[in-house]
Design a protein around this ligand. Structure first.
Ligand SMILES: NC(=O)c1ccc[n+]([C@@H]2O[C@H](COP(=O)([O-])OP(=O)(O)OC[C@H]3O[C@@H](n4cnc5c(N)ncnc54)[C@H](O)[C@@H]3O)[C@@H](O)[C@H]2O)c1
Length: 393
């Protein structure tokens, strides 16, 4: 059996390791478009911007010892479904019996018309993180565009380096995509207390270089900064799949076995549009947990073992030493129950659906609540009595 994996992020790497265990005789190739070894992405906006080192997922010896052929710098450009081959930009061809697409996402860019400069930075890859860190070290004032997790984690890292930080968010609150207002209020207060300055409802019209090397931002006012960091979301890398005629709807459409509309082709990680909560709807989730969980299901399915992905959405973030966790689907919730005091740095909000069952939760420095609520969500959806006792009356 020949397995080819396109994408050497967490999903691609983890699937290769599982496939090796499940199919000891199989040929396994991983194609990655970056040059180095696969690494874990969450530390890029946290430890790597501080004093920490990147977390590599493997080294060349482990791949060699496990008979996994890792091909860095190989950008896949075409799936030839008739010949069951992947073609790359370098002109190589890799034949497959089962193919896994773990192509992830890329950073959404500001339009070129806003301005172009080597000091307008994005954060998606290890190379981006290393460059950003060195620019932050040299900067006194920076602008961050976008108040999502990237923007906020970069703001926290920049403040730790004593940079002045202006954060521009086009909506009226931070974390507005998918996170509830109670978390936005808490996180904004935390960031303000730590010196981050906010501009809401503002889109940058232009960014110009000035003679002294700084950048001038224009929206309905002006600001001069040394660098601009942009975190305005991501776009899934679906081109390869759509060019090959696979079903794509925002992400690559897969079933709960991670199989695409072609039975020989599978997909895993944040590029997938997959069924959530028993198939009630489908979602593309930008989360480490999806990459790690779906890679096991995809590997089993590719090896012919029955397996289904049924994990509820879960993600976390660390900001100014505080841990935020989010569980489940919060957008469709009808009401919430708050445990402890959201004015402090330890609280949990549980979101309930129209049947008063748990839809999801947010916990600030309360990771244990999330573990308990996850079990309850998967069991009967009822809030455990032990937690209810802490609800504000
Ligand atoms: N801890 C974590 O889970 C974590 C941490 C970092 C990054 N990530 C992931 O990295 C990816 C990228 O994160 P992100 O923060 O860039 O995306 P995001 O979509 O979470 O947030 C983008 C923010 O930018 C705002 N925005 C969009 N266009 C804008 C504009 N022109 N001007 C001002 N604001 C604008 C949006 O309103 C939104 O608040 C996501 O997949 C995210 O989940 C996750």
């Amino acid at each position: 059996m020949r397995f080819v994996i396109v994408g050497a992020g967490l999903a691609g790497h983890t699937a290769a390791v599982h496939l090796r265990e499940l199919a000891p005789q199989a040929k396994i190739d991983i194609l990655g478009d970056e040059l180095g070894l696969p690494y874990d992405r969450p530390p890029l906006s946290k430890e790597v911007l501080g004093e920490g080192a990147p977390r590599y997922l493997a080294n060349a010896e482990t791949y060699h010892e496990n008979g996994i052929s890792y091909h860095p710098g190989q950008t896949a450009t075409q799936i030839d479904r008739n010949r069951s081959e992947i073609l790359t930009a370098c002109g190589n061809a890799y034949a497959y019996d089962r193919l896994l697409l773990a192509t992830g996402s890329r950073a959404r860019k500001l339009p070129d018309s806003v301005g172009q400069s080597s000091k307008i930075l994005y954060l998606r890859t290890l190379e981006d993180a290393v460059r950003l860190k060195s620019v932050l070290r040299e900067s006194r004032r920076i602008a961050v565009i976008g108040g999502g997790f990237i923007g906020l984690e970069v703001a926290a890292a920049a403040r730790a380096m004593a940079c002045e930080v202006f954060l521009f968010e086009m909506t009226d609150r931070i974390l507005s995509r998918g996170m509830p207002a109670i978390l936005s209020r808490w996180a904004e207060k935390l960031h303000r207390l730590n010196g981050v300055q906010f501009e809401f409802g503002s889109k940058i019209d232009s960014i110009h270089h000035q003679d002294d090397g700084s950048l001038r931002l224009r929206w309905n006012a002006f600001a001069d900064v040394d660098a601009v960091v942009v975190g305005i979301g991501v776009q899934p890398n679906t081109q390869l799949a759509s060019d090959a005629g696979l079903d794509v709807d925002d992400g690559i459409v897969v079933d709960d076995r991670c199989q695409t509309s072609d039975p020989a082709i599978f997909a895993a990680g944040e590029v997938t549009s997959h069924p959530v909560l028993g198939g009630a709807f489908r979602q593309r989730l930008e989360s480490w947990k999806v990459a790690s969980g779906q890679s096991l299901v995809a590997a089993k399915s590719m090896a012919g073992i029955d397996s289904h992905y049924a994990e509820p959405p879960w993600l976390w973030s660390d900001q100014f030493g505080h841990n935020i966790q989010s569980l489940g689907v919060l957008q469709n919730a009808d009401r919430s129950v708050v445990l402890d005091d959201p004015e402090t740095n330890n609280w949990t909000a549980i979101f309930l659906d129209s049947h008063d069952k748990i839809a999801g939760a947010i916990a600030v420095n309360n990771g244990r609540d999330i573990s308990m609520l996850k079990r309850a969500l998967l069991h009967d959806g009822i809030i455990p009595e032990k937690l209810l006792n802490r609800a504000a009356r």
